[in-house]
Ligand binder design. Structure first.
Ligand code: AMP
Ligand code: MG
Length: 338
């Protein structure tokens, strides 16, 4: 199959909508990362998403909608709080786990009776949903386990020849996947995956926000997992990623003592490259920039054939919690304190 690269114009999106309606897969830009889109209610199309990514069948897909009215078409028993959160954060990087209606096939929800729903904040994605008239199931558009795509070229690398088309919507602004929440009771939500909507943001609308322990800690054998995605190795390039946590001078001492060919470092924008003896790349000065750059930088490490990459651990608050969560998984929980 030849994968078409479509522009994010009315004509490009018309073409993508036609393909979606025929059950084809499309690379869809959103503000978080590029998604691998299909009609969420077409089980064969959804099966092709799992096949193209090599995604485990029990890892559910997020369903994307273009207006709040679509929420009650696909979910039921929706708490008032969900509408208040939608009003505040949609369109935007917040996914809410709700009881699913039967029109969402079990394959889409990974066999669960719940479904994650969000409204993306990207003109091309919203137009695609509206023009196709479909709810769109879209996990991140990478090969399972690999860093998520934040540019159309990343998605082309992973999906060329496997899907009908990719819409080129430029670089994703946020750069990490959406915040996934579930509802604990009428005034409490639980963050299952951190993202662009932070705990502090959520606290403007709800009284209590729990952070699921699986966000920062490795699951123990037999531990119950509330979000299947937490079980799997994630976001990892081929290079061996090691997170190093501490002051920059200590980071440099550590890396300089472990210098050999194929070793690289990812550091903050204002860190002084003269202090480090390996080739180092910046990945941002603050949490928002780090979220925007991290997946691209991880992919670049593979283009350079890096063996080992020492990454300066980001601050784990605000959007930084999402960056930390992605990196700790990319590193397979290998964190060195210096
Ligand atoms: P991705 O599609 O790659 O962004 O991953 C979607 C994430 O949302 C995964 O971590 C899933 O486990 C999580 N997710 C999606 N739907 C549900 C659901 N119904 N219940 C719990 N977690 C979900
Ligand atoms: Mg993903």
């Amino acid at each position: 199959m030849k994968t078409e690269l479509l522009s994010a114009t009315a004509a490009g999106i018309d073409r993508a909508a036609e393909l979606l309606k025929k059950g084809e897969l499309i690379g869809m830009p959103t503000e978080t990362v590029y998604g691998l889109a299909a009609d969420a209610c077409n089980p064969e199309a959804v099966a092709n998403i799992f096949a193209a990514k090599g995604r485990p069948a029990d890892n559910p897909l997020i369903v994307h909608i273009a207006d709040v009215e679509m929420l009650s078409e696909f979910a039921e028993d929706i708490p008032d709080m969900a509408y208040r959160l939608a009003e505040k954060f949609w369109p935007g990087p917040l996914t809410m786990i709700l009881k699913k209606k039967s029109c969402i096939p079990m394959i889409t929800s990974g066999g669960l009776d719940t479904v994650g729903i969000r409204m993306p904040n990207h003109e091309a994605a919203l137009m695609l949903i509206k023009k196709s008239g479909l709810p769109i199931a879209a996990p991140s558009g990478n090969i399972s386990g690999y860093p998520s795509p934040t540019k159309s070229s990343h998605m082309m690398r992973d999906m060329n020849g496997k899907i009908a088309a990719i819409i080129d919507g430029g670089e994703c602004s946020v750069g990490v996947e959406s915040t996934v929440i579930s509802f604990e009771n009428c005034n409490t939500v639980r963050i299952l995956r951190p993202g662009g909507v932070t705990r502090e943001d959520l606290l403007e609308v709800v009284d209590n926000v729990f952070i699921d322990p699986a966000i920062l800690h490795e699951l123990q054998e037999g531990q119950v997992v509330r979000s299947p995605g937490m079980k799997y190795k994630h976001y990892s390039p081929k290079a061996h990623i090691i997170m190093v946590e501490g002051e920059y001078s200590e980071f440099c001492n550590y890396v300089n003592a472990h210098t050999k060919e194929g070793v690289y470092a990812l550091i903050f924008d204002n860190d002084n490259k003269n202090e480090i003896n390996v080739v180092a790349f910046n990945y941002g000065g603050d949490s928002i920039q780090q979220a925007h750059n991290i997946f691209s930088r991880l992919r670049e490490m593979d283009s350079l054939n890096a063996d080992t990459v020492y990454v300066r651990a980001p601050k784990a608050d605000g959007v930084g919690l999402a960056v930390y969560n992605r990196l700790i998984r990319a590193a397979g929980f290998e964190v060195i304190q210096v």
